[in-house]
Design a protein around this ligand. Sequence first.
Ligand SMILES: NC(=O)c1ccc[n+]([C@@H]2O[C@H](COP(=O)([O-])OP(=O)(O)OC[C@H]3O[C@@H](n4cnc5c(N)ncnc54)[C@H](O)[C@@H]3O)[C@@H](O)[C@H]2O)c1
Length: 271
Amino acid sequence: MKDFKGKVAVVTGGASGIGLAVAKALGAKGAKLVLADIEKSALDGAAAALNNAGIETIGVVTNVADRASVEALADATWKRFGACNIVMHNAGVAVFGATQDMTHNDWRWSIDVNLWGPVHGVEAFLPRMLKEGQDGHMVFTASFAGIVPNRALGPYNVTKAGVVALAESLHKDLRGTPIGASVLCPMRVKTNIDNSTRNRPEELGGPAAAHPYEDADSGNLQGRTLTADETAQLVLNGILANRLYLHTHKEARPFFEGRARKIAEAFDAAL
Ligand SMILES: NC(=O)c1ccc[n+]([C@@H]2O[C@H](COP(=O)([O-])OP(=O)(O)OC[C@H]3O[C@@H](n4cnc5c(N)ncnc54)[C@H](O)[C@@H]3O)[C@@H](O)[C@H]2O)c1
């Protein structure tokens, strides 16, 4: 993809944080926007602000955990704009606490949103995009936790590793098509993620199901706290370059190298 002018971009989790910042940055470069989010009040506010800024935007209330809801999002996108070029599979939630303390509903909610969400997005958008043959891009928001697991974030680590694998798979399988794939792997970015239980459905425990948790010593694995806007610029550049891994924090590199080294050294004991 050479530029964003006139392109149609869908961003899930687009009412807040990284998603909203990427949407704004794409809009500033001439893209038309579809913001998808489960939180209606924040979504309405974000869509209105973007329209007031002269960026053509619709907001579609969407639960990415629900396949039919994501199919309806795709329908709404083509109905309004007649095309789709960029999908950022970004909606995500985090449950904090020791892996051994996680309840079945903690796993369910994390996997439903963080992993099924992007899978539903691929199912709903990619076949139509491929059929239309326009330049396109799928961006997945994973996390550095999907590359090196962090303490006290078990279900999150598992889902984000899955998202990294999904993007890597597509990056390979989409070769020779006009559609690229990237995966964003940030350490800390200043957003509302720590308060994600606000959107936890009642049937999976609701907001009250959060674990009492003290941020023990995952410190180094969090890195600096970046802004969502600087993260967004990196995403836009990554789309234009069709770069697979979008790393935000240089300080994350030694942790990846440490993990890779341990995995490689374990081959010393292989048959
Ligand atoms: N902030 C960080 O430090 C950080 C680091 C690494 C990865 N991430 C990832 O970035 C992504 C964006 O999160 P953020 O940090 O901007 O947090 P955020 O809470 O500010 O934004 C997430 C958005 O997703 C929406 N959402 C939650 N559940 C949803 C659902 N079922 N369907 C549709 N929308 C839903 C929320 O309403 C919210 O608007 C997430 O995937 C998160 O895991 C964040």
